[in-house]
Each structure stands twice: as C-alpha cells, then as structure tokens.
Design a protein around this ligand. Structure first.
Ligand code: FES
Ligand code: FES
Length: 156
C-alpha cells in the first residue's frame, strides 16, 4: 500500500507494487486527465508532478513511489493556483488546443517549468516542453501561451 498526498488529499493506493502510477490514477482513482500514449517513457502524455519533479507516470510504479518516499502527486485535475490560472487563460487566448490529447501533460509540464523558472527564455521553454510530444503540432502556440502567462503573472 502507498500513502501519498494526491491533489491535496491524503490518498491510499492498494494496487500491486508493480502497477504503473498511470493506471493507478486512471483505473483506481478515476483521474483520467492523465493520458496513455506510448507507455514507454517517450511521448510524455502521462506527465504528472511527483514532489517537485515532472515525471512520466507510465513507467513509474507504486513500488518505486513507496521506495523513494514520495510525498505528493499533482495531476491535471489538481493543478491550481495563480500559475495554473494564468496558463489556462493563456491557453484559451492563444487557442492552443487541437485534438486535446496531449494537453493535460502540456499544462502540467508548463506549470512545472514556471514553478522552477520565473521567466524562462524561449529556448528554455522549448527545452522543457520537448518532454511532451504533440501530434497536432501545437508547439508554436504553446510557446506563445507560456510567454503570455509569464507576462500575465507580472514576471516580465
Ligand atoms: S505514455 Fe508515458 S511517456 Fe508516453
Ligand atoms: S493537441 Fe492533439 S496531440 Fe497535442
């Protein structure tokens, strides 16, 4: 069993230790905003924040979480606060989304970036966001939206 703070709530996972976090979230907790893409740590569709790191949930098992003593998980359903609000509004203003499949992970990755870096350069944004692929090619609008969110937050 793994006890952890999930989106601000004390939570227990009872699945087997080998269960990937992605499936524990989607099947056990019904948090389906975190997506399955490749399943092999390539596409980033399953990105969540574990403690202060953006991680792929498809290859991270409950056993590993327990072993490392992880304390907090944030999924798209729990993403909140001024940075999340600024990003969501910028996503709307810049009309970022196409099919939407990768967008939970894009927002998680963007929120993680702005938690780590006050006003990232375009190059820093591109590097950080390269962890999440988008088959629809929304990259230019994601870049624009993150820049707009930084301005909206008064960081430049
Ligand atoms: S589903 Fe996890 S990286 Fe692709
Ligand atoms: S919006 Fe379609 S995969 Fe990214």
């Amino acid at each position: 069993m793994v006890q952890i703070d999930l989106n601000g709530q004390p939570t227990e996972f009872h699945a087997e230790a080998a269960t990937p976090l992605l499936w524990a979230l989607r099947c056990d907790k019904h948090l389906t905003g975190t997506k399955f893409g490749c399943g092999v740590s390539v596409c980033g569709a399953c990105t969540v924040i574990v403690d202060d790191e953006a991680e792929y949930a498809c290859q991270l098992t409950l056993g590993e979480l327990r072993q490392r003593g992880a304390k907090r998980i944030t999924t798209i359903e729990g993403l909140s606060g001024p940075v999340a609000d600024a990003l969501r509004q910028a996503w709307i203003d810049c009309d970022v989304v196409q099919c939407g499949y990768c967008q939970s992970a894009q927002l998680i990755a963007a929120a993680h970036l702005l938690a780590q870096t006050r006003a990232p350069s375009d190059e820093a944004i591109k590097t950080a966001m390269s962890r999440v692929l988008c088959r629809c090619g929304t990259y230019p609008r994601i870049l624009k939206a993150i820049g707009q969110a930084v301005s909206r937050l008064g960081r430049r």
